[in-house]
Write a protein that binds this ligand. Sequence first.
Ligand code: ATP
Ligand code: MG
Length: 777
Amino acid sequence: MNILEGLNKEQKEAVMHNKGPLLILAGAGSGKTRVLTHRIAYLIDQCDVNPWNILALTFTNKAAKEMRERVDRIVGYGSENIWVSTFHSTCVRILRRYIEAIGYDRSFTIYDSDDQKTLMRDICKYLNIDTKYTKERTLLSVISSAKDELITPETFMKNAQGDFNQERYANVYMEYQKRLKANNALDFDDLIFKTIELFEKNPEILSNYQNRFKYIMVDEYQDTNTAQFHLISLLASTENEYGEIEHNLCVVGDDDQSIYKFRGANIHNILNFEKEYPKTRVIKLEQNYRSTKNILKAANEVIKHNIERKEKALWTDNEEGEPIAFTQFDTEYAEAEAIVNDIYHATQEEGCAFQDFAILYRTNAQSRIFEEKLVRKNIPYKIVGAVNFYARKEIKDLLAYLKTIDNGLDDIAVKRIINVPRRGIGLTTIDRVSQYAADNNMSFYNALRHANSIPGIGRSLAKIESFVSMIEILKGKISEPDYSIEDLINEIIEATGYVAELEAEETVEAESRIENIEELINKIIAFESAAEEAPTLSAFLEEVALVADIDNLEDSTNVVVLMTLHSAKGLEFPFVYLCGMEDGIFPSYMTLTSDDPTELEEERRLCYVGITRAKKKLSLSAARQRMVRGETNFNKPSCFINEIPRYLLKQTTESLSPKFPKNTSTLGNKPNLPTGRHLAPTHDSGIFGNHPFIQKGFGNRNLEPTMFEKEKPKKVTPTALKGTPHYKPGDTVYHSRFGEGVVLDLQPLSNDYEVTVAFQNSGTKKMRSSFAKLKTV
Ligand code: ATP
Ligand code: MG
């Protein structure tokens, strides 16, 4: 294969540039990543560079994996010797080999965020810091930012002189590093920091790597932070055969796609590259190969509104394509329903593959409704960069509370929350209670109720009793007629301090966890409003279990992909749905109310990233009303929509279904709502015309009465179903992950079966038969 084939003039120039610093600065979809991979192939194939001498750095493991595959395809032989990896894994490899030179043992441990938190908790105790007011997470994020900027504890201390708060942080930072060292442990940021320290203190080790990595390439360069840039610049300095220093460093990036400022990314790394390396060759790529003209125009128009940017002229030879669809729905449920139906239709009837579709949103919490709709339609999906909604820690914790209150028979649930949030009930106590439960053949929760008879419990007894009494009080309340599940969840949050603890952390991660909890509350409200009879806690947990237990990730390539805009960087899909395009969602409420205009610019770059993921068709959508924090919000379409010229847009609006439930608690929240003003006019074909999107179904259908999740699985006669399972209750079956089990029950759902299997080693699970792919044995 000719490596230069299929490249344009500028791309070829970049690929063939084989000496000295190279900066490729170009907009989305212009082939930056492609150039990087072809350049690796070219160096090996045409310049006799040993694959061993090449280092390619990417941002995420997914990107590293993709690049490795692309390189393998072009290079073929020897490609396994190229280092294609993320910054962090590169550093781990180096440190595992040489860290002894800076006084750590090579078997060092890498602390994850839970480990860090535990360590920080001890430090706060030791330094008398009240974690009610200064959260462990806050301290950790101060330290992390310092490390991103390569500030040592000593420098931090020096800079802090005279500022009480800063001095306190400095002490914590000192102590934290001391203890990490004593435990022979590194945190994530240390991986980069310590590698730099290793290199700076040991020039011979550095020069060893400088001579090894004769060619360094960095993708998504706009999102590197100060520490990462410093690491690259240390490495990229090789002595050639004439004894001259060469910087064979090639970085590719797009300042318009810099979206990680909150994690310390430093856009100046791009702007200053030429200063750092005066001999830099700068190549601009201006032709976009990914998207249709309409999509590209929309992206260009939106990003133009940013002031702080390098002007670019991105064009494409691709076809005009379909207009960008923008549909405003009544609710977020209607939005998800229509998108999922659209994908269903396209995959069932138009021969599209699931993997052609991506659903993008601003925050992780938004995945929940899509997951439920996809599960119900039997569409396989995968969430990139995050776990499925119901597998998230905070959701599992709160569901464990609900389960414990519901019946207390699920030992795993009770054990999960016995010490969450922390109540000082330790593992030894839990072991003693478990033993007592086993000896007396009772549930773990029941054993807790008899804690005073358990020997060796000691000081934990009072703590256990207060936990049990909290659960018992809540149990009593939920059996009262007017007490709702929504009341219950709010009371759990209040009584445990779960959200308050997250709030005090003041980190992006904690914020995202709170959003997930709010989304769970939204789900509860929706469930209760849709219930025909008095909604019970058991029924709620059952409904949730159906979605939560489904193992639908088996075929992980041909799946619809769901992810946040941040995770979508660098990827492309034929069909992209960018949902929740509402002021207050995207751009986020925080951005809209911020005094700092650069925050809106960062959100706009995120929007640009989102738009430019689409190859053939981009569908934007918004909901007129959306439940946020248990309250119905009425949002305007995102200001970014207004930045797309009208001639590029095909707008539709969804009118309210006549079956719109009037007496739900959702509307009940706003009793004086002037419905006529907020709820949209009916579809106006005069303005919106007749476009392919409408014909396909998105945006011009009669809404089913499902906007409040009315469609709980309905029992229907089995004959109406296709694909009747080949097993029946009593049969032994095999599941690829859970192993062997016996079918206990088989129930028809509206378009599937729910099968209950008692697995020998994995407990009893309810699954959808089409996803479970059970084999009879
Ligand atoms: P992003 O900014 O989103 O990371 P990028 O600049 O890295 O985008 P690539 O992903 O490398 O762009 O390329 C975008 C798409 O265009 C890919 O599908 C790629 O294969 C294709 N492409 C790039 N250059 C060419 C070319 N010269 N001819 C045909 N297709 C091309
Ligand atoms: Mg790329």
